[in-house]
Unconditional design. Structure first.
Length: 382
């Protein structure tokens, strides 16, 4: 039955017409036999005005036969069937075959395609084409379903790009607002008090040094933007490494950050000697960003943990500060969505999230029950 249902349209129409002709021929043969018998029963060849040749014998024409309208009608009907019977049965048979062919092979996929076109016209891609036959129209429906999935995927990508752009704008505003506000405050202070010679030389030098520090922050922000512009085209470079090697490199950069912020960084790594395939550059870049961010907000300590699963590497960076200022709905649900968590946390974490996604993972943040915040980055391993 599946073979018949999956026949091509050309073979199907030939099969339908062939079956209709066979049935028509059978019906015509039956009707032809009945008509021939009727003609033999009622026919008579006229010899003269008063006599007929009836069943091989010359005799007087029966008045009953001559006067019978029913007999004359049946004889004409039988003659008509003998001459036109095949057309009478074959033409309606072909029409019925075509109608059945349309109903069974054309109607459903055509309705599916029309409905799908209307849904796409209304910008609704949340539907499926359920026609599963493997004929030409089935293949067309499958291609249409493939196109629908591609459109849906493109729409999702576009939506994610719009959301990413919103997050990027928020991250830019977060990183640049503080140094600009600080510089503006210093400028307003100097404009107000410098003409009156209220500010001492030491205070002015302190404000200028702080201003230079804020300018350095803006320069780092510009550098981060340069790095961000190249992230989309950056491909993962897989290399063999281990947690021991990653930790050794991180300890060097963390030592500089510890001295800068005056806080402590502690590393925990189980299976430190286990080797795996990963993009060490991406992992180190994300780790340095997370450690730097944690040191900024920690009171005293930052804890860095590495966890290896079967196919992923998880990096957790926790601090003992006040935690992240997450949105109220996140606090209520207790669930952290990947993008909104990072919406107001700066360009550094935004870059880290992009790096994680490029490495087949993700970046999430949360507030710990014992206090402080924790960022969790996962990376796909080979």
């Amino acid at each position: 039955m599946d073979k018949l249902r999956n026949l091509s349209i050309r073979k199907s129409i030939i099969l339908y017409i062939f079956i209709s002709l066979i049935v028509s021929l059978f019906l015509w043969g039956t009707a032809y036999g009945a008509a021939a018998f009727g003609v033999k029963l009622y026919s008579a060849r006229e010899i003269s005005d008063d006599s007929v040749y009836y069943d091989g014998d010359l005799s007087v024409r029966p008045d009953l036969y001559i006067g019978s309208e029913q007999g004359r009608f049946l004889l004409e009907l039988c003659d008509f069937i003998l001459v036109y019977g095949f057309l009478i049965f074959s033409v309606p048979g072909i029409v019925i075959a075509v109608l059945l062919f349309y109903r069974n092979k054309i109607q459903k996929p055509l309705q599916e395609l029309k409905a799908a076109s209307k849904q796409i016209e209304e910008n609704n891609l949340d539907f499926h084409i359920s026609y599963e036959n493997h004929d030409e129209l089935g293949q067309l429906c499958a291609e249409f379903e493939k196109m629908r999935k591609e459109l849906e995927s493109n729409n999702r990508k576009m939506w994610r790009m719009v959301e990413a752009e919103k997050i990027l704008r928020a991250a830019i505003a977060h990183d640049i607002r503080t140094p600009l506000a600080t510089l503006r405050g210093y400028q307003e202070t100097m404009l107000e008090f410098l003409p009156e010679s209220v500010l001492s030389q030491e205070k002015m030098e302190e404000m200028l040094r702080e201003g230079m520090g804020q300018i350095d922050r803006i320069n780092r922000f510009v550098e981060n933007m340069r790095v961000l512009s190249g992230l989309e085209s950056r491909e993962a470079v897989w290399e063999r490494t281990s947690l021991k090697q990653l930790e050794a490199k991180l300890r060097m950069s963390a030592g500089v950050l510890e001295a800068e912020y005056g806080r402590n960084v502690t590393f925990i790594a189980a299976d430190a000697d286990k080797e795996f395939q990963a993009d060490a550059g991406v992992v180190l870049e994300v780790a340095e960003n997370l450690i730097s961010n944690a040191l900024r907000f920690a009171n005293e300590n930052v804890l860095v943990s590495f966890i290896i699963d079967e196919d992923s590497l998880t990096l957790e960076v926790a601090d003992d500060g006040k935690g992240f200022s997450l949105q109220e709905d996140i606090h209520q649900t207790g669930r952290l969505d990947q993008q909104p968590d990072l919406q107001h946390l700066g360009i550094g974490l935004y870059i880290s999230r992009i790096c994680c996604e490029k490495h087949g993972g993700k970046l999430t943040v949360e507030n710990r029950s014992e206090g402080g915040g924790m960022a969790r980055a996962t990376f796909q391993m080979k």
